[in-house]
Write a protein that binds this ligand. Structure first.
Ligand code: GUN
Ligand code: ZN
Length: 435
């Protein structure tokens, strides 16, 4: 069993930080050692202690003075929208109809899907993201390309073939039966293969008929361990249209609840305009609201009340995500930078420890995967990222006056991007260097 010892400043979270001075919410090792074998972390702690337990000639990689954190996690991203990013539109529905749906039609071609999948994984690794939860297109070819590339890279990835059978161009529609059969086929071929997880993925209520929602409900019953992902309460016109399509439902959240799609493995993109009743229903179900700050700002969708939702008497579980291509950055650092600014506008504070908790352990907990990712605990997957807070001239200058770990994290979040990512390890292997 080949072992590798990785040295650097280690930071990982144990739980959500309550405040800036909540020092027991994380573990920080100024001179730390991570011992990795067979894709897992087998020892972690002070460098000298870990070093003492291994033979003299063990391979050693020294990342000092940089920070080593668990690999970053992106919980909502559209892999077929790499060429949609930065499309000029007034709002969500115009953006979908004008740019997004036509672009996704191209993923019927397996060569195109395979090419974009290669770029997609290169970009994740460049940004320090080691796990993502993606929407593929409606075409099974896109899910095949997505999971095949994940398998090649050895990454823990979640994704699903989108189900959509109305209110989109013909080239982007399946049928209730096709959506069901092809999702089952994707599960059979890919779920549990390598580190792949398949998610049941009805795009959103507007693009699924009741018959298709019944099929999604059947899948959720048959595969209760799978994640479910969809969109909820992103835009006022979307909410209004959904109400017209599902007049029996109490509200938008209730549409999904009626089809058995509201549960602890359910990831709802956006959730910006939830009523108190909807937030209560989300909380009771243990469902996750996925905050997509750069997308919400870019499409003018609204300001997600992250702090307000998490400190309710009945709190809502929160995840954070890029939402490429509505989102404008692949970087989870930039994503939390924008999340911070949104909280500022709402009169709330998001401290840097909370931000880095959200991109690592917080997102792993939201995915119910914190026993394998999002931490540097022994026995978990050796997915981690090496961050350099002095990566650019402007960052290096600011670093001259940084005196605390909190300030260093805040600098990374505010000025950092892929240039601050020195290396990205997947299952113990440095993969950014190979791009
Ligand atoms: N709602 C339904 N589909 C999409 C999508 O692709 N992006 C965003 N931001 N919202 C959606
Ligand atoms: Zn989305």
């Amino acid at each position: 069993m080949t072992k590798t010892l990785i040295r650097g400043r280690l930071l990982s979270f144990l739980r959500r930080p309550e405040a800036l001075d909540d020092a027991t919410s994380y573990r920080y090792e100024e001179d730390g050692g991570l011992l990795v074998a067979d894709g897992r972390i087998i020892a972690v702690g002070a460098y000298e202690t870990v070093r003492a337990g291994v033979p003299e000639d063990v391979e050693e990689i020294d990342h000092r003075p940089h920070l080593i954190l668990p690999g970053l996690i992106d919980t909502h991203v559209h892999f077929p929208q790499m060429q949609v990013i930065g499309s000029y539109a007034a709002n969500l529905l115009e953006w979908l109809n004008t740019y997004t749906f036509p672009e996704e039609c191209r993923f019927v071609e397996s060569e195109h899907a395979a090419r974009i999948a290669r770029h997609f994984y290169d970009e994740l690794l460049r940004q320090g993201t080691t796990t993502a939860v993606a929407y593929c297109s409606v075409h099974k070819t896109s899910a095949d390309a997505y999971f095949a590339e994940a398998l090649k890279r050895g990454m823990r990835m979640i994704g699903g073939k989108v189900m959509m059978d109305r209110n989109a161009p013909q080239g982007l529609l399946d049928t209730p039966e096709m959506g069901y059969d092809e999702t089952r086929a994707v599960i059979a071929e890919w779920h549990g293969k390598g580190r792949n997880h398949v998610a049941i993925t009805p795009r959103f209520a507007i693009t699924s008929t009741r018959a298709q929602m019944e099929m999604a409900a059947a899948l959720a019953r048959e595969f209760p361990d799978l994640h479910i992902q969809t969109h909820l309460s992103e835009n006022h016109d979307e909410i209004r249209f959904t109400g017209e399509l599902y007049p029996d439902a109490i509200d938008y959240t209730d549409v999904y609840a009626r089809y058995g799609l509201l549960g602890p493995r359910s990831l709802f993109g956006h959730c910006i305009h939830l009523s108190e009743r909807e937030a209560d229903a989300m909380s009771a179900a243990g469902a996750v609201a996925v905050h997509c700050p750069t997308s919400n700002l870019f499409l003018g969708s609204g300001l997600f009340p992250l702090k307000a939702l998490s400190r309710r008497e009945r709190p809502v579980r929160i995840a954070v995500a890029t939402d490429i291509g509505g989102g404008t950055s692949y970087s989870m650092l930039k994503t939390l930078d924008e999340a911070y600014k949104i909280q500022q506008l709402l009169g709330e504070r998001l401290n840097p420890f909370e931000s880095f908790y959200h991109m690592t352990l917080g997102n792993a907990e939201a995915l119910s995967l914190s026993d394998s990712i999002g931490t540097l605990e022994v026995g978990t997957d050796a997915d981690f990222v090496v961050l350099d807070a002095a990566a650019t001239p402007a960052m290096a200058l600011k670093m001259e006056v940084v005196r605390s770990l909190a300030d260093e994290l805040f600098l990374l979040q505010t000025l950092g991007d892929d240039r601050a990512v020195r290396e990205t390890y997947v299952a113990g292997k440095p993969l950014k260097a190979l791009i």
